[in-house]
Design a protein around this ligand. Structure first.
Ligand SMILES: [Zn+2]
Length: 434
């Protein structure tokens, strides 16, 4: 990522959320600590935070020199969102599945008639890498325009060697095509490929013996993920997959206990996964295990909402027990077509009873730790990447309160303005024009 070589002073900020604190993910009471400063300022030098604090202190440190400045009067200034779970690379929406589900069709009926995840897989397999890239670029700009500056991006719609590699190669190229920082995850074990419906074990062998070695050799992913569920990845299969993934230097994360209580969260904690995601069906035993572990609980309320369910994960119990809670969109065409983290904050508050402060922590600094980037982003502290957004509200609690709209006025990545409400997105500092 190119670093913008300049100084910038954002002052005054009506509310500055620094998220400053110890160099560790926030849990328990810390989950609500925003490092909030009324009348704050942020000084950026060469793409990094030089200082973020009370306006009088920052302006005194800048001194009499004249440097470019932006006023955030009447606004909240906060770290860019770190969205630690998404599936942004695909061809088309699944709008007809959505309509059929509303009219009462079951997941099985939709799959049997050619819909569901395998319809996304068919289109991804038929597409070229370039077509996937062109479909994904506008989505990445939309993430940025809604304040997300770092995004995890999974494969998992190829389900064979050629197409899983195609997705990951597309993600590698996409890293250079927009300012959004992408963190790649290999999700070959998203679903059993159609060719292996009668012998799922064969698909696991293909992942372990042919996909993982090539993903490792080409260094295409940081993480290996798997969807643990009765008809997809059994606990024993997930354990074999993760043991193999470690041999290629991949860190672990998994889709756990979304549709059924499978024991996947327990497996993730035992194997040292960086996160276990969804957790809609976990019990008290898993809550206690997560509270004792360093594995993050990544909650994805967008999928519960979009599927019209009310099985939201037990956020309050997790926070009160002392687990590390992060929030993400789970952006995908089947169950969670939302790329706006502000909407996720609203769902977290109204449906899971997280306070606005807890939700902001979950979507910034804890998201960063859930991607092993806690020392680079997620808070506005000296030395960290200047990834931040200016929200057009005077009080951060209005971000989840006025739901369904985009409050972002300006978004900065590495200190550079990448989106602004005042100008068309693509015309603001396009890549390569520092
Ligand atoms: Zn997912």
């Amino acid at each position: 990522m190119e670093i913008y070589r300049m100084e910038l002073l954002i002052s005054p900020c009506s509310q500055l959320l620094t998220l400053a604190g110890p160099a560790a993910p926030r849990r328990g009471a810390e989950q609500a600590e925003l490092g909030l400063i009324v009348d704050g300022a942020v000084w950026i030098v060469d793409g990094r935070i030089k200082m973020a604090g009370p306006r009088s202190q920052v302006e005194q440190a800048v001194g009499a020199r004249s440097i470019p400045g932006i006023s955030a009067e009447g606004c909240v200034v906060m770290p860019g969102f770190v969205d630690c779970h998404s599936h942004p690379v695909f061809m088309e929406s699944r709008i007809s599945d959505f309509e059929r589900r509303i009219k009462g069709s079951s997941y099985q009926e939709i799959s049997a008639s050619g819909g569901g995840i395998l319809s996304t897989v068919r289109k991804v397999r038929a597409a070229t890498e370039e077509e996937l890239i062109q479909k994904t670029i506008p989505r990445l700009w939309s993430f940025l325009a809604h304040g997300t500056t770092t995004l995890e991006a999974k494969s998992g719609y190829g389900l064979n060697l050629e197409s899983e590699l195609k997705m990951l190669e597309a993600i590698r190229k996409l890293k250079k095509l927009t300012p959004l920082e992408l963190v790649p995850t290999f999700l070959g074990a998203h679903e059993i490929s159609l060719e292996y419906r009668d012998h799922p074990g064969g698909y696991l062998e293909e992942i372990i013996n042919s996909m993982l070695p090539e993903v490792g050799r080409r260094k295409l992913a940081e993480y290996c993920d798997g969807f643990v569920g009765p008809d997809i990845l059994t606990l024993a299969a997930a354990e074999s997959l993760f043991q193999a993934a470690r041999n290629y230097g991949l860190k672990l994360r998994l889709h756990a206990d979304q549709l059924s209580h499978s024991g996947a969260a327990r497996l993730g904690v035992r194997m040292g996964a960086i996160s276990v995601d969804h957790l809609d069906r976990i019990g008290e035993e898993e809550v206690a295990l997560l509270a004792e572990s360093s594995t993050s609980a990544v909650l994805l309320p967008g999928s519960v909402y979009h599927l019209g369910l009310n099985s939201y994960p037990p956020a309050r119990r997790l926070i009160e027990a002392g687990a590390v809670v992060a929030l993400a969109t789970d952006f995908n065409p089947g169950s969670s077509p939302v790329l706006n983290m502000q909407m996720i904050l609203s769902l977290a508050c109204t449906q899971m009873r997280m306070t606005p402060a807890e939700a902001v922590v979950a979507a910034t600094i804890n998201g960063a730790y859930a991607l092993d980037r806690g020392s680079h982003c997620g808070s506005l502290e000296a030395g960290k990447q200047a990834d931040l957004c200016i929200m057009d509200v005077p009080d951060y609690r209005e971000i989840p309160y006025y739901f369904g709209v985009n409050h972002c006025r300006m978004v900065f990545k590495h200190g550079r303005l990448v989106c602004s409400k005042d100008s068309p997105i693509e015309n603001v500092n396009p890549i390569g024009q520092a």
